[in-house]
Design a protein. Structure first.
Length: 438
């Protein structure tokens, strides 16, 4: 990694001043000067001379307002342009809210067929990235550049890190105000050694962990990485880390269980490393389909905030929001939990009950649905696109909808979902996988 200058006086001044949140006027805004400093092995990120600890989330263009409302100060993207907005439009909106952006730069992955032995393809990629950097480098909402996402996932050719290094050098030549990083899946020792040897121009590394985040300190110690870092993706336990049913479908935590995991992982890993950790980006400040429509998003597809959003509010602000989410304490199908590997037969009469508490005594409504499992051949890899599940049954109830009776569908693999919503834009959710067999 690049040498980080030692500026004890700046760090001392910044600690006294504290971290501030600024809103920018388009007429007076200036390019933010962002730098890394170290003092006796302790790293800090400074924005215009003040300490900036990242309280962030992964998103692309939606939900910026809610991130700001809950105390976030930054978000990361995975590419320059989202489906709906250009990079400049994303930065402009962030600027209007006083948010800083770790701007993702999409880089070709070997697992998608990019060949780093092809000099023409590598040069074309470099030229594309340079054009984007030149366009956006002076934007006041830009915090840093994220060169590629999980390029190490099943990679074989170390030339990928040479290409990343060349891009980082170009950025430092053209843009003297913003650090560079790359987002890595995990922290396997040999991979880290490859990155450190071949992409030493990077200012810091960014790591992505889910359930395994509790072992992250051990991994970087084993790889002898002692530099600054960001946890650029973290959140609920991944589907690949979760227990499975007897027919090999992963069992998803409830929203209440996820919120508890968020608290433990943030306090015991991210907040605990005062010397090297510059902050984090929780995944995902939005909604996506990946194994289920609720696995990774902190929001429902219909827009309601889950208990995980509330937990991030607490972790970022050291206090709870005024109105709390419903808490889903238990969920049963035929008096069994998800871990029971429930097998039904077609048209079997079934019952399900959800147990909910709401500290604000809000009026609650209940939505139930049965979705087909995504076919194994259609499942995404590494967060790529995955088709939505087919909806088989749908039920909506008012306050007395905490229990339902239904007939099992035809033979196949399914999940029973429940969504419990209050009248204030919050929701709790859970699902139980079940198999229908003859």
């Amino acid at each position: 990694m690049r040498n980080i200058k030692n500026i004890s006086l700046i760090i001392l001044t910044s600690i006294i001043a504290g971290t501030t949140s600024c809103s920018y006027s388009p007429k007076t805004a200036k390019t933010a000067h962002v730098e890394l400093v170290s003092n006796n092995g302790e790293y800090q990120l400074l924005k215009d001379g003040e300490v900036f600890f990242i309280k962030g989330a992964g998103l692309e263009s939606a939900n910026m307002e809610s991130l700001k409302k809950h105390g976030g100060n930054s978000f990361r993207t995975w590419r320059i342009n989202s489906k709906n907005n250009t990079g400049k439009e994303i930065l402009d909106k962030a600027q209007s809210l006083g948010l800083m952006v770790c701007m993702g730069i999409e880089i070709g992955r070997e697992r998608h067929g990019f060949d780093y032995n092809d000099p023409k393809a590598v040069q074309e990629q470099f030229d594309r990235v340079k054009a984007d950097v030149l366009e956006l480098k002076d934007h006041p909402a830009l915090l840093m550049w994220g060169i590629g996402n999980e390029l190490n996932l099943r990679y074989k050719n170390n030339k990928v890190w040479t290409a990343v290094n060349d891009i980082s050098k170009m950025i430092h030549q053209e843009d003297g105000n913003h650090p560079t990083t790359t987002m890595l899946a995990g922290a396997e020792a040999q991979m880290l050694k490859d990155v450190m040897a071949n992409a030493s121009d990077l200012d810091l590394l960014s790591f992505q962990f889910y359930g395994e985040i509790i072992n992250f300190p051990h991994y970087i110690k084993k790889a002898n990485y002692t530099g600054p870092y960001i946890i650029s993706e973290w959140g609920t336990t991944g589907h690949w880390e979760s227990p499975n049913t007897s027919w090999n479908r992963p069992i998803e935590e409830t929203s209440h269980e996820k919120a508890a995991s968020f608290k433990d992982r943030y306090q015991n890993v991210i907040q605990k490393d005062h010397k090297h950790c510059l902050g984090s980006y929780v995944f995902l400040w939005g909604q996506k389909q990946e194994r289920t429509p609720t696995w990774y998003g902190l929001f429902l597809e219909s827009g309601e905030e889950t208990e995980m959003v509330e937990m991030m509010h607490f972790l970022w602000n050291s206090k709870w929001p005024k109105n709390r989410s419903p808490q889903l304490k238990d969920f049963k199908l035929n008096n069994q939990n998800a871990s029971a590997s429930i097998i039904l037969h077609p048209k079997q009469v079934c019952s399900s009950k959800v147990f909910i508490t709401d500290s604000d005594d809000d009026i609650l409504s209940y939505k139930w649905e049965i979705l087909k499992e995504v076919a194994v051949e259609d499942q995404s890899d590494g967060g790529d696109f995955e088709p939505s599940s087919e909806n088989i049954m749908h039920f909506e109830f008012g306050q007395k909808g905490d229990e339902i009776v239904f007939s099992a569908p035809e033979k196949g693999e399914y999940r029973l979902f429940v969504y419990v919503k209050d009248s204030k834009g919050h929701a709790a959710t859970a699902n139980i996988p079940f198999l229908v067999a003859n």
